[in-house]
Design a protein around this ligand. Structure first.
Ligand code: ATP
Ligand code: MG
Length: 490
């Protein structure tokens, strides 16, 4: 924008042209000259001119005629009429016809320059205003384009989209949402959320988001049922320009097919596990007849082979039993019989059974308890919990470590801790260790055999007893599992 203002001087008198050229160039303007209207129009056609100084009395084409052409063809260029005293009336007439101002000959220098400066400023202001307007139009166009693109995407998406305002009213939704929510009639925006999805847990989530409890880089995922559809709803805050929560955005996905597949997979695994167990139990029985020498004495080598086979069979049976346990927990049929149970005694027995293995690894396994009340529980299941936790603590600790089991009263609960000084679990892995089949890949525990079902069973059993389990761990320092089980209170 710092370019020089370009002035075209149109006058048939050479003295005027040269004078203007000299004075105006000296003031920092760029000056072009033409001695008649035709020359001037040629110049205008090839250059961007900011201002015209136009003499009225000229051969070839009169100033008035030239003014008529320029105001029509170049309406944004200010034209200043140069006139003698005798033609002031005509000059005034010219201003009515679109000229910006006039100056009389002979020029009074101050007046002359002032008129030019004002015209130049006017031209600049107008140019800037025009630029702003063009930019505005362009931005509006871009905005509309963006809006229309977004609208197309949202309307074509297979997932439902629901956007709410500060009052939790739906202000934007797409056809997929209506389909998933099984609504066939038109819904006018804004509409209360409950008019589209009446699910308490989702509404609670949206309220939490709206109140600012959820950071803007987090989202909440939950499963909800709407009519016969099972949906996964992922909700997040929508921030306004002031960075405050201006509403919520929820994307809903139909997960019925995944659920069905998951169920089919579980059914298949259960079926296979079940079908494998009976023949394996028979093989084990036959094998034990051999091991015990009931089918005749075995040579040392034969005995060794049969024993090894027996170990493998036991491993397989353990895996199958774990698979069936998980299936039962998932079906809610695991905890069969609950009686007042002395948990302390069960832990003591489990610790005693594990002592041998701990000793082999040079691990110091200890147990202490105080103030224990009975718990309403299935003793076999409880045994499973400590079997898994203590064997994990031993398996995932290097030689010479310590495993400490403690149990104590904790208000209406019993608190049991299984602590070890083992390899630990990194914060990224920690949330996954209770998943079925999840095992941490760790160079130091690579040789430990397992299926990753132990902790899934432990969690299922604890929860079936209305208890909770959590875990804290520091890599290379150790891990602590903490269980709370409600005690019987009279
Ligand atoms: N005390 C522990 N210290 C360090 N890592 C552990 C500990 N307990 C569990 N883990 C990690 O969590 C994973 C899951 O444990 P989980 O008991 O479910 O399966 P597993 O021991 O691998 O197999 P199994 O089903 O035979 O018990 C383990 O593979 C191990 O990586
Ligand atoms: Mg385990």
């Amino acid at each position: 924008m710092n370019e020089k203002t370009k002035i075209l001087v149109v006058d048939d008198e050479r003295v005027v042209r040269d004078g203007c050229h000299r004075v105006l160039t000296g003031k920092g303007y760029e000056v072009l000259t033409a001695e008649n209207g035709r020359q001037a129009l040629d110049l205008l056609a090839g250059e961007v001119i900011d201002m015209i100084l136009l003499d009225l009395k000229m051969p070839v084409m009169s100033g008035e005629e030239m003014l008529g052409i320029t105001t029509e063809k170049y309406p944004n260029i200010p034209v200043i009429i140069i006139t003698g005293h005798g033609t002031v009336d005509t000059a005034v007439e010219c201003m009515k016809n679109g000229a910006y101002d006039f100056i009389t000959k002979p020029f009074q220098m101050d007046q002359f320059l002032l008129t030019i400066t004002r015209a130049a400023e006017k031209r600049k202001l107008e140019q800037r205003a025009r630029q702003f307007e063009e930019e505005n139009i362009r931005n509006l166009y871009d905005l509309n384009l963006e809006k229309s693109r977004l609208k197309t995407i949202i309307n074509r998406m297979a997932n439902g989209v629901m956007v709410t305002n500060r009052n939790l009213e739906v202000v934007l939704h797409n056809p997929a949402l209506m389909r998933l929510a099984e609504i066939s009639s038109e819904v006018e925006n804004p509409a209360p959320v409950t008019e589209i999805i009446d699910d308490k847990s989702l509404i609670k989530t949206l309220e939490q988001i709206q109140s600012g409890e959820i950071p803007d880089n987090e989202s909440i995922s939950q499963e909800i049922q709407v009519g016969k559809n099972i949906l996964r709803a992922i909700s997040a805050p929508a921030l306004g320009p002031d960075k405050n929560v201006a509403g919520t955005v929820t994307v809903l996905e139909d997960i019925a097919a995944f659920k069905q597949l998951d169920q089919m997979k579980s059914d298949f695994v259960n079926m296979v596990a079940h079908e494998l167990r009976s023949p394996l139990v028979s093989i084990r029985q036959l094998n034990s007849v051999l091991v015990e020498g009931l089918a005749g004495p075995l040579e040392e080598k034969q005995q060794d082979f049969v024993n090894r086979g027996m170990n493998k069979i036991d491993g397989l049976l353990e895996l199958i039993n774990d698979l069936l346990d998980v299936a039962k927990i998932e079906a809610g049929k695991y905890v069969q019989r609950q009686v007042p149970t002395d948990i302390g005694k069960i832990i003591e027995e489990t610790v005693a059974l594990m002592e041998e293995r701990a000793k082999e690894k040079g691990i110091d396994l200890t147990y202490s308890c105080n103030d224990l009340k009975p718990v309403q529980a299935d003793p076999k299941n409880i045994e499973e919990i400590f079997n898994n936790l203590i064997s994990n603590a031993i398996n995932y600790s290097p030689e010479g470590g310590r495993v400490t089991v403690t149990a104590q009263g904790f208000g209406e609960n019993m608190e049991i801790r299984v602590e070890d000084t083992g390899v630990g679990i990194s914060p990224e892995e920690l949330p996954k260790i209770f998943d079925k089949f999840y095992r941490v890949k760790h160079p130091k525990t690579r040789e430990v055999v397992g299926t990753g079902l132990g902790l899934a069973i432990v969690k299922g059993v604890v929860e079936a007893h209305h208890g909770t389990i959590d875990v804290e761990s520091v890599v290379d320092k150790g891990t602590t599992f903490r269980i709370l089980l409600p005690v019987i209170t009279q």
